[in-house]
Design a protein. Structure first.
Length: 254
């Protein structure tokens, strides 16, 4: 598989954004949410393939609808975000598998980076930069709400709106990465670099920065290695990321 800058440059930025956002998901103990959200994108991705529109738009539309539904139900009940996303995860996966064209099912589940266009690359780079900037801007309020929701509210932080914005950011980065490594594996790119970073850093600032760096190393390294071996990049990205995590166990800081 021959790779070019159209595939490699967006991989750098998507990896940085996924790793950075993933660090905050780990702080909030929402690691399974990132994995589940990637599956919620499948129905929208399937419809995009059926009607020949940009897969990012289809995936994000499905994710956005799912997140708004989760947010509304969460505000009306005492159910946790994780349990509600778990519900939508299984529902979306079932619907997505049913409506995805058979000839496209492997691309939907595991991605096909060779189909990333120049337009996709521009969208990925621009949105990744915006995601990192927005998350950085709200990070202090988000961390405060993570420590204590009541304390954040007393400081006039709109916790509900903050959580919604964060979930939308995660939805965007998941939608961006799906074309490269698929719906089944994108969640790993959000989770593994973040938990790896926790093993080797001792400060909060260092943790988020290293998590972003590990995200881009995992995605870019996995894609390059897959290209050399002529294999699907999705599984290789996860294996590279997992390998880095295992090495990090030698440097665990307690």
């Amino acid at each position: 598989m021959t790779l070019n800058y159209t595939q490699l440059i967006p991989a750098i930025f998507i990896g940085l954004a996924a790793g950075y956002l993933g660090s905050f998901m780990v702080l909030r103990r929402m690691v399974l949410v990132g994995d589940a959200l990637s599956h919620v994108a499948l129905p929208g991705l399937a419809l995009a393939l059926l009607f020949n529109i940009n897969p990012f738009l289809g995936a994000f539309s499905s994710l956005f609808i799912g997140i708004i539904a989760v947010w509304l139900i969460e505000n009306k009940t005492e159910l946790s975000t994780e349990s509600l996303i778990g519900l939508f995860f299984t529902f979306s996966l079932a619907v997505g598998i049913l409506i995805t064209p058979r000839e496209d099912i492997l691309d939907a589940l595991f991605g096909d980076i060779s189909k990333i266009t120049t337009t996709d690359a521009y969208i990925s780079v621009i949105l990744s930069i915006i995601l990192i900037a927005v998350m950085f801007a709200i990070s202090r309020k988000f961390i405060l709400s993570t420590i204590s929701s009541d304390l954040a509210k007393s400081s006039r932080v709109k916790v509900g709106v903050l959580n919604l914005v964060f979930l939308i950011l995660v939805a965007i980065v998941v939608a961006l990465g799906i074309k490269a490594i698929g719906t089944l594996l994108m969640g790993a790119l959000v989770i593994i670099p973040a938990i790896t970073s926790r093993n080797i850093t001792s400060s909060l600032k260092g943790y988020t920065i290293v998590s972003a760096i590990l995200g881009f190393i995992s995605l870019l390294g996995g894609i390059i290695l897959a290209g050399q071996l002529n294999l699907s990049p999705g599984p290789i990205v996860v294996l590279v990321s997992t390998g880095i995590f295992l090495v990090s166990l030698l440097f665990v800081r307690k």
